[in-house]
Design a protein around this ligand. Structure first.
Ligand SMILES: NC(=O)c1ncn([C@@H]2O[C@H](COP(=O)(O)O)[C@@H](O)[C@H]2O)c1NC=O
Length: 194
């Protein structure tokens, strides 16, 4: 099955996978703690505005560590709003509604999550809906097919395990994955490139 890009979030853990039929030549890089999806050195040039972006950013809100994940440029305003003190629900709803679904051939939804040590929020904006939910167990939402949040049996406990677990899932066209944990020691990030 092909579900495109997807996030999995639960309290203390956030993960994201790029699956792509059209743009397989991409990888995650770490730029000062922000994980960014972009083209590999030998990727064909493209003017598609939706394929390079920050997919995972740590944030701090009122002294609390948070992590934001998502499949596009909305990760930046969500992070900025959290840092200004907006609650996760509001930061997600405002940013997703402002940018809305992607204006490509598929009306590709935006998916996102915000995680602290004890809480998690999952969100998506599609042509027909805006969904923002607090979740207590690992939950997945994808761009295609599984485009409403549903429980996901995540075995990983560390960021590197989570990135690898998502990359290895039996879902078509894996490209790369990123993940983070939020705990007493702060935020730890990891990624896996295929
Ligand atoms: N975030 C991404 O990594 C990403 N990769 C591809 N897209 C969009 O989704 C469309 C379909 O891509 P694909 O055939 O690889 O599933 C692309 O034309 C592009 O507009 C993306 N946008 C959202 O998921």
């Amino acid at each position: 099955m092909y579900v495109g890009r997807f996030v999995v979030v639960g309290p203390g853990i956030a993960a994201y996978r790029v699956s792509s039929r059209s743009f397989p030549d991409r990888r995650v890089v770490d730029r000062d703690g922000t994980l960014t999806v972009g083209p590999t050195a030998d990727a064909p040039e493209t003017d598609n505005p939706y394929v390079s972006y920050n997919c995972l950013r740590p944030a701090e809100r009122a002294g609390e560590d948070l992590v934001v994940v998502g499949n596009g440029s909305h990760v930046d305003p969500v992070t900025e709003k959290l840092e200004l003190g907006y609650p996760p629900r509001d930061a997600l709803a405002l940013s997703l509604l402002a940018l809305d679904f992607e204006k490509d051939d598929y009306d590709t939804p935006r998916v996102a999550g915000v995680v602290s040590e004890d809480e998690a929020f999952v969100a998506t904006v599609r042509r027909d809906a805006l969904v923002v939910e607090a979740v207590e167990e690992p939950t997945l939402v994808a761009t295609y097919e599984t485009d409403s949040p549903e429980p996901f049996d995540l075995g990983a406990e560390t960021a590197s395990e989570a990135a690898r677990e998502l990359y290895d899932l039996d879902l078509e066209h894996p490209v790369c994955a990123a993940a983070a944990t939020v705990g007493e020691a702060g935020v730890e990030t990891a990624f896996h490139n295929g």
